[in-house]
Design a protein around this ligand. Sequence first.
Ligand SMILES: O=C(O)CCC(=O)C(=O)O
Length: 258
Amino acid sequence: MRVGLIQLDIRYGDPAANFKQVSAAIQKAARQHVDVLVLPELWNTGYALDRLPELADQNGQQTQTQLSALARQWKVNIVGGSVAVARNGHYYNEMLTFDRQGQLLSRYDKVHCFGLMGEQEVMTAGNQENRFTLDNVPAFGVICYDIRFPEWLRKQAARGPQVLFVSAEWPTARLTQWRLLLQARAIENQAYVVAVNRVGDDPQNAFGGQSLVVDPLGKLVAIGGAHAQLITATLDLKQVERVREQLPVFADRRPELY
Ligand SMILES: O=C(O)CCC(=O)C(=O)O
């Protein structure tokens, strides 16, 4: 499975500009013969949470229409990062995933809202898992702050997915934690981690990129810089099986104790 991590800057509170740039970035990246493209968190609005009534995508309709058409046109799977969505009078930080036919495979609302950026005051947290299959590869996806909750990821990983996709707006100040948390999540779940962070600034934070791919042993396969770029990597999914056979941590769990 060849993955393409679309690391980009996000125009704060400007969905029209962001839809345009994401469309262009997907079309450019799709030419690199990738199987899956991955986007960062809240790429339609950034963290302009005080303006969601005017900015949020109504029921995710614009996102669905655009990403579905691009997936179909370029015959590429798209883990659509996340977008701010308005639904039934609530706002959600939502990841939409599409297969190569443009079919919507899953909608996931971020389960852990991030208080430090005021998310809890505005967004409604989700409560559903996010497992899906891309080209017969079982996978799952979470959003940014979710990676600090290993039990949430473990619960999903115990059902067998081999790849964890993460979309984030992770501030530069905590990038060491970003790398270490993702490497730990890869090791403990014996899965590939494909994680995309944004670059650039918003009025409160700077974002330093370092989108990365980690193998099931925790080794960094690829890592981005602090500028907009496409990062590509090939995942050896046989390695997941080998690692799980050699060290069967899932079978050795003691769920009766924890
Ligand atoms: O956990 C962190 O340090 C960053 C989380 C975050 O920025 C987010 O969830 O948007």
